[in-house]
Design a binder for this molecule. Structure first.
Ligand SMILES: [Fe+2]
Ligand SMILES: [Fe+2]
Length: 326
């Protein structure tokens, strides 16, 4: 993958530092606004994280541990995490301090009242809207489940066995063509889009980047392993019904069956995964170490908050387009 185009001073700093003419330049200070929906900062963070995944053409692999970039990563992460903790505080205030954590996670998802982009895609969206959705989601789905793999060596016992079971499924159960990331690439291609890893990085929104960056932040930092698994539980538990609706929307609009195949796969799979993630992984983690409870819930709330905002952003864009056209 090529390095993306810069979107402002922070991403320019990172991309310049990794480019052919890498020179030591002072790290620019972050602006005063929120980093959650700052495209420049989220792109910079995405590029730094990508050094831990597959990297970029022409960038030596050991830049992964460039101290200046690791330092910038930590500066951005501190702000990103603090904003997420502040914004999810009210949502978590009503969750009892004791009780079945698995059920509490599923209840959080069930009570989430974010507007549903999936319902819109099911009934009202145009072909262009579905293509827009596939493109925006490509930054996370083309490396689906990879962030959670960073957590495996940080777990033990039942939680580790359950995460390995879930990941085995996400990684195709031994069949490369069933890797969920590969199935997403097939969907992109069948819809006439570029299946290349990172192909749309220059086009996606700050929130789309934030939705994938939060998984990397939780996955890469051992300190945040509870949040990583809480995020996974909420992600899985908020997937099955929307995937059925999106598949229905794709079929309504006459997309080839290969486009909907990824979504059909997730109707069944994620109905199982939500129980594995919430009860078998998070339940076991908290039973083994009750101090993780708060972060498990935080991770779930962060997932619902960010995915809710990303969905609302798309809905706003699409309804404005429909109103303009009518
Ligand atoms: Fe999946
Ligand atoms: Fe899943």
């Amino acid at each position: 993958m090529k390095l993306p185009a810069e979107r402002g001073p922070i991403s320019r700093h990172v991309i310049t530092a990794l480019g052919d003419d890498a020179v030591a330049v002072p790290v620019p200070a972050l602006g005063p606004g929120d980093v959650i929906d700052d495209a420049d900062v989220q792109l910079a963070l995405w590029v730094i994280y990508e050094l831990h995944y597959r990297g970029f053409d022409g960038v030596p692999a050991d830049r992964e541990w460039d101290l200046g970039l690791v330092e910038l990563r930590r500066v951005i992460e501190r702000r990103f995490e603090a904003e997420l903790r502040a914004t999810t505080r009210d949502l978590l205030a009503g969750v009892p301090e004791h009780g079945d954590i698995g059920q509490q996670l599923l209840d959080l998802v069930a009570e989430d009242d974010s507007p549903s982009a999936a319902a819109f895609m099911h009934r009202k969206a145009t072909r262009e809207h579905l293509v827009d959705y596939l493109r925006e989601r490509s930054v996370q789905q083309l490396k689906e489940s990879d962030a959670q793999s960073f957590v495996l060596p940080r777990l033990d016992g039942s939680a580790k066995a359950a995460l390995a079971e879930l990941q085995y499924d996400e990684y195709g159960g031994g069949r490369p063509e069933r890797l969920h990331a590969t199935m997403y690439a097939e969907s992109l291609e069948a819809a006439g889009l570029d299946r290349g890893y990172g192909a749309y990085i220059d086009e996606v929104s700050a929130l789309s980047l934030a939705c994938t960056n939060v998984m990397s932040m939780f996955g890469i930092n051992r300190r945040l392993r509870g949040a990583a698994m809480g995020h996974l539980a909420a992600f899985e538990a908020s997937s099955s019904v929307p995937c059925r609706k999106i598949a229905g929307g794709l079929e309504r609009l006459g997309f080839p069956p290969a486009v909907a195949a990824y979504f059909h796969e997730h109707v069944e799979a994620d109905a199982v995964h939500e129980h594995v993630a919430s009860h078998d992984i998070c339940g076991a983690m908290v039973a083994a170490d009750p101090s993780l409870r708060e972060d498990v819930l935080f991770g779930a709330a962060a997932c619902l908050h960010l995915d809710g905002r990303a969905g609302a952003e798309l809905l706003e864009r699409w309804t404005a387009e429909l109103e303009q056209a009518s």
